[in-house]
Design a protein around this ligand. Structure first.
Ligand code: ADP
Ligand code: MG
Length: 711
């Protein structure tokens, strides 16, 4: 069997921030070249490929967007403006006019009135169709034109008098230039006729779910019987649609589970808990693990002991203490004499992890290597040599870790922080660093909580541990919404907080259209605050600073030599300075909800009461208002993620741009959550008991697009 195809659902284009991630590694997958199949030549195949149809089987699953009702005729006099209607008319005159531009204009009539038919683009044979005296069925919307009632580009079909009307609705398919509805309709009908359609799901199961058989559902949607109205089946809650969506979700769940199984089947170094270094760290930490951290680490420790690779996602809200769990996992590798790495998406974050690990691990006598783009060549080479010889077991870095010269011969565990910021390929590259014939254990970490339905669908190929508890002693963050005009009062608050020994973040507005403008604004905020707060030391970090400048400023902020840190969203992820208790976000209305939540999570990390001030400018858009309301009302990342999903819809939530592959064509993870549940359970049963069914279902949905889904 060929390896299962994993839909590239969890790959996210790396953000351009800080130039820390290599964009080249995530080029979109190429479409396969279109080849014809019986009845479809190469040129037609080329066009069909544009609508993701690569085979007759794909045609069968190419379902109508909507329907047109040509089952009856309307008299011209009875047509309501704006409502599509079909009329039967006779052509009275037809000419090509040149003013105001070249167009084909015909006058036609039925017993009740007259209509002008107007075509701005037309072919010579259309002109022939519209010969005087021709009888036509026209379908379109009537509007009031300069010369009375007119239809622009109606669909036209010459008929003989008394020709019977179709008995069922006419399907309208998604199509592309050069591929007419009528041609596509014929192709689909042909494919339906010439291909044996079967429902592989056992009858009993289908009856229990109260769904039609797949062939019946397909026939109903492609060629609805006369009894069915467009309204019925355009609503995707119709049982026929439910059956299709269930099939699609099944295919998705099955391929994800298979990908998981295939990865689990690989060999990995077994790293049983030796309770030496891990115990030393636990004794050495200035705090006790939370219950959630202990549970998560126990799950991870169990996985690491296995000789199959761990595939685990550690989800936890900002500040839930993921780093420390990662450190324990890395030590379990080290106490087995093997290497472990921690990869983070930005230089700032990687450096911070490095510092934290170095502090925690120095008393244990464990060295941590630091790899980033900014290390000087000589230091870098020395570090590389120690990693290559296996002398150094632990390393922290940016994507610099996966670059070619980095040899990690003993690699047994790779931890990826903020995993959604890396592309699939980057994670693959990391996986390939280990010994030949061995896959390292993988621990992905994410602070972007994914709502349950999405997680089930997108992470079906991962095991999940959740940190659902924050370390104790955190004071809740107070969130305030303040109008932009009251900025002076806010500056005063910054002064007060800093004079009491606290520190503050000042986050500059996001300007998506222009990085240059964004930098200018950051610079201006920095100057404005330096002037307004002469008694304080102000620092500035943004994505365009050199790495050593950035880390010098961050270090000064950590040491409280800088009290106010003016920053762009480079600080969005991971920055941890417990003494900072005040955060101001300018133009908060421009930020996404997840981003606001991440930013706010930078405060509330110490014992001091923390405040997050969201400055906003009016007028607010509807979604801007909804986002601010959500961030004001909620602090739980999971609740916020749900709100985000509600406001934006799942497509944008996961980020359509990230995969380039429309993973689900018909099912909607939110709307069809109940079906997702069913599909998930069914996928397990089918994989266990009916492998042939599993093959048929995945081949049907992903077969033709295998190359696209491989990424
Ligand atoms: P995140 O999950 O957002 O990555 P971090 O790992 O950065 O969170 O942890 C946030 C802060 O909480 C750090 O300062 C860390 O040292 C501290 N921390 C972690 N676990 C605990 C704990 N069990 N008790 C107290 N503080 C903790
Ligand atoms: Mg973190």
């Amino acid at each position: 069997m060929s390896p299962p195809q994993v839909p590239a659902a969890v790959s996210v284009e790396p953000v351009a921030e800080a130039g820390a991630v290599a964009p080249a590694a995530t080029a979109p997958p190429k479409k396969p070249a279109a080849r014809g199949w019986p009845g479809v030549g190469p040129q037609l195949a080329e066009r069909l490929a544009k609508i993701d149809v690569f085979s007759a089987a794909d045609l069968i699953l190419h379902l109508p967007l909507r329907y047109e009702d040509e089952t009856h005729l309307t008299l011209l006099a009875d047509v309501r403006p704006g409502m599509p209607a079909q009329c039967e008319v006779e052509v009275l005159s037809c000419e090509v006019t040149l003013r105001p531009r070249r167009q084909l204009v015909a006058r036609a009539a039925d017993a009740s009135g007259e209509v002008m038919l107007r075509f701005v683009h037309f072919y010579p044979n259309q002109q022939k169709q519209l010969a005087v005296g021709a009888r036509l069925r026209i379908f379109g919307e009537l509007r009031d034109g300069f010369f009375g009632a007119e239809m622009i580009h109606p669909r036209v079909r010459p008929v003989n008098a008394g020709e019977p009307l179709p008995e069922s609705l006419t399907p309208i398919y998604p199509t592309t230039a050069g591929l007419a509805q009528s041609a596509l309709r014929k192709l689909v009908a042909g494919a339906m006729r010439h291909n044996a359609l079967r429902d592989e799901l056992p009858d009993e199961l289908r009856r229990r779910l109260n769904l039609p058989a797949l062939p019946d559902a397909l026939r109903l949607l492609h060629a609805p019987p006369p009894s069915v109205s467009a309204l019925d089946i355009e609503d995707r809650g119709h049982p026929a649609w439910q059956r299709i969506k269930l099939d699609e979700l099944l295919a998705q769940q099955i391929s994800l589970r298979r990908a998981y199984a295939a990865r689990r089947a690989k060999n990995a170094p077994s790293l049983p808990p030796r309770e030496r270094l891990t115990r030393d760290l636990l004794e050495q930490l200035p705090f006790a693990l939370t219950g959630a951290q202990s549970r998560a680490f126990a799950e991870i420790a169990g996985d690491l002991a296995s000789d199959h690779p761990m595939q685990r996602l550690l989800q936890g809200d900002v500040g839930s203490g993921k780093t420390c769990v990662a450190a324990l996992a890395m030590l379990q590798a080290a106490e087995n004499g093997r290497q472990a790495v921690l990869m983070a998406p930005t230089e700032i974050l990687a450096e911070q992890h490095y510092r934290k690990l170095a502090v925690w691990l120095a008393p244990l006598g464990i060295e941590v290597a630091w790899l980033s783009g900014s290390r000087r060549k000589k230091e870098r080479e020395a570090t590389l040599a120690r990693l290559a010889s296996g002398e150094t077991l632990l390393a922290v870095g940016t994507h610099a870790l996966i670059e070619d010269p980095v040899a990690l011969p003993l690699l047994a565990l790779a931890v990826v922080d903020e995993q959604h910021r890396f592309g699939v390929r980057q994670r693959l590259a990391l996986r390939e660093k280990g010994q030949a014939g061995e896959s390292p254990h993988m621990l992905m970490m994410s602070a972007t909580p994914i709502p349950r339905t999405l997680a089930m669908s997108y992470y079906a190929d991962l095991d999940v541990s959740v940190l659902d508890e924050l370390p104790p002693g955190r004071t809740p963050i107070v969130t305030k919404l303040i109008k932009d005009e009251r900025r002076d009062e806010v500056i005063q608050r910054v002064r007060d907080a800093c004079l009491q020994g606290r520190q503050a973040y000042w986050v500059c507005p996001l300007i998506e259209e222009s990085e240059a403008l964004q930098l200018k604004t950051a610079q201006e905020s920095y100057e404005m605050l330096s002037e307004a707060l002469p008694e304080l030391k102000i620092g500035l970090v943004h994505g365009r600073l050199k790495n050593d400048e950035k880390s010098a400023t961050m270090a000064a902020f950590v040491a409280n030599e800088v009290q106010v840190l003016v920053a762009t969203t480079v600080i969005e992820v991971g920055v941890d300075v417990p003494n900072a208790s005040l955060m101001v976000i300018e133009h908060a209305e421009r930020f996404g909800l997840a981003q606001l939540h991440q930013l706010r999570g930078r405060v509330g990390r110490g014992v001091h009461e923390s405040v997050c001030i969201l400055l906003f400018a009016q007028p607010l858009s509807q979604t801007g208002r909804e986002r601010l309301k959500a961030i004001y009302e909620h602090t739980d990342g999971f609740v916020i993620a749900r709100e985000d999903l509600r406001i934006r819809g799942p497509g944008e939530f996961i980020g359509a741009r990230q995969s380039g592959v429309p993973l689900l064509r018909y099912a909607d993870l939110e709307e069809d959550a109940a079906l997702v549940d069913i599909a998930r359970g069914l996928a397990e049963d089918i994989l266990r008991d009916m492998p042939r069914v599993a093959d048929a279902v995945t081949a049907r949905w992903f077969g033709g697009r295998a190359a696209l889904l491989k990424a």
